[in-house]
Design a protein around this ligand. Structure first.
Ligand code: HEC
Length: 393
């Protein structure tokens, strides 16, 4: 099946030089952007992309979304290149793949869609590594009696202030702290109270608090943190710079902060970082793109697609409401008052009648009453260009 793919995507591979390396360039994208829905846990659209044998199911050749040497015939390429507001775009969540990332897939497929056994292994290892830290945190287990006393005292003091402190799971002494509910009642002083928790604190939500750039240095002491949410705080690059000791940090939410491109470049270099949210900051698209290239492991979410998606959703809802609005206020058969429960969809418009009888009459011979209906809006205008049809299976 021939699928129209923007020429740019098909030509890009010719311009590029080195052959695409599946393990280094494709597998990380599959793991970070696709496998959540097309992997061991979920197989949306009956598609699995976490191992060669699943992507190329034997006996199901006509269902393959990757057609080796033919990017233009590959549904996968088609889906990646759809406009951001198209409901079929992949990934179905988050930011669309960049043009460069899309071109990588096209080039890889054009070059034969080579998926070596080492690729399966890389993906499997990566998925295991992602699951493990959630269950077992590699924390210093020799907590001295004194340390334990300090930790308990700090927890009690924080709870006194209304801060939520809890164990992450029953089988670990790792704890999580949520300060965001207290909003600006949490200042640098309250954040300083976290420091004794350093050996056990793995998740911290300090979003919406009054934490300042100066106070972030206390967070720099929390070297076992995996997840840190600083969304909607006043923190700027100086504060983000103080996070550099957080060698275990995997997730950082900087949504709505003062972060600029400098701050982004700094935190992106954190060795374990995978997810970084920078919506509504001063981070530029260009710099997010270059960070993505430099650190393929880090998923930088700039949120610029969110508005397009919201607008598309709003348009669809408005369109639906428009469609279900009656076009007439008098029955086209008798001229009597209408009863909104008596309607038919006629040529994409809702026509309403006074009673079921009139509705039946109209349905039998709509042409006889067409003159009683208001004229179609923009009837003389040129029809909108048809949406490109999705490829058939
Ligand atoms: C949040 C979930 C989600 C993510 C992430 C996601 N997909 Fe999908 N995908 C879906 C759903 C749901 C469907 C089935 C509905 C449809 O066809 O649109 C689907 C269908 C598809 C199909 C069509 C399968 C077929 O043959 O009908 C392809 C190809 C595809 N996805 C590729 C990808 C790729 C490549 C990625 C990563 C870059 C990705 N998807 C990421 C949810 C997701």
């Amino acid at each position: 099946m021939r699928i129209a793919v923007p020429m740019l995507l098909l030509l890009a591979p010719l311009a590029a030089q080195a052959k695409v390396d599946f393990v280094k360039q494709i597998a990380p994208l599959l793991v970070s952007r696709c496998v959540e829905c097309h992997g061991p846990e979920e197989q949306k659209g009956d598609l699995r992309l976490d191992a060669r044998a699943f992507a190329f199911l034997e006996g199901e050749e006509d269902m393959w979304s990757i057609i080796a040497t033919k990017p233009g015939d590959s549904e996968l390429v088609y889906r990646l290149g759809l406009p951001v507001d198209d409901e079929d775009i992949m990934p179905a969540k988050g930011e669309p793949l960049s043009k460069e990332q899309q071109a990588l897939f096209s080039q890889w497929i054009a070059e034969g869609a080579d998926w070596p056994a080492a690729g399966d292994k890389w993906i499997a290892d990566e998925l295991t590594a992602q699951v493990l830290p959630k269950i077992t945190f590699d924390l210093p287990d020799l907590i001295s009696a004194d340390q334990k006393k300090d930790i308990d005292a700090a927890i009690a003091a924080l709870r006194e202030k209304g801060v939520v402190v809890q164990q992450v799971a029953a089988d670990t002494h790792a704890i999580e702290v949520n300060m965001s509910l207290l909003r600006d009642k949490v200042t640098d002083a309250e954040v300083a109270m976290l420091v004794p928790l350093a050996p056990v604190l793995v998740w911290l939500n300090a979003s919406r608090t009054a934490l300042s750039d100066a106070g972030v240095r206390h967070l720099g002491a929390l070297t076992h943190l995996r997840r840190l949410n600083l969304a909607n705080t006043k923190i700027g690059d100086k504060g983000f710079g103080a996070l550099m000791p957080l060698g275990q940090l995997e997730y950082l939410n900087a949504y709505g902060t003062q972060m600029t491109d400098d701050g982004l470049a700094m935190v992106a270099s954190l060795p374990k970082l995978r997810q970084l949210y920078v919506w509504q900051t001063k981070v530029t698209k260009a710099s997010a793109t270059s960070v993505r290239d430099q650190y393929p492991r880090v998923e930088v979410d700039l949120g610029d697609y969110v508005e397009a998606r919201l607008a598309a959703a709003k348009k669809e809802i408005a369109g639906r409401a428009e469609k279900s609005k009656p076009i007439n206020d008098k029955c086209p058969v008798t001229g009597a008052e209408i009863d909104v429960a008596q309607f038919v969809e006629h040529e994409g418009r809702r026509v309403v009648f006074c009673c079921a009888k009139c509705k039946a009459k109209f349905e039998k011979d709509p042409a006889a009453y067409a003159g009683k209906l208001p004229p179609k809006k923009g009837a003389e205008k040129k029809a909108a260009p048809k949406k490109k049809a999705a490829p058939k299976k």
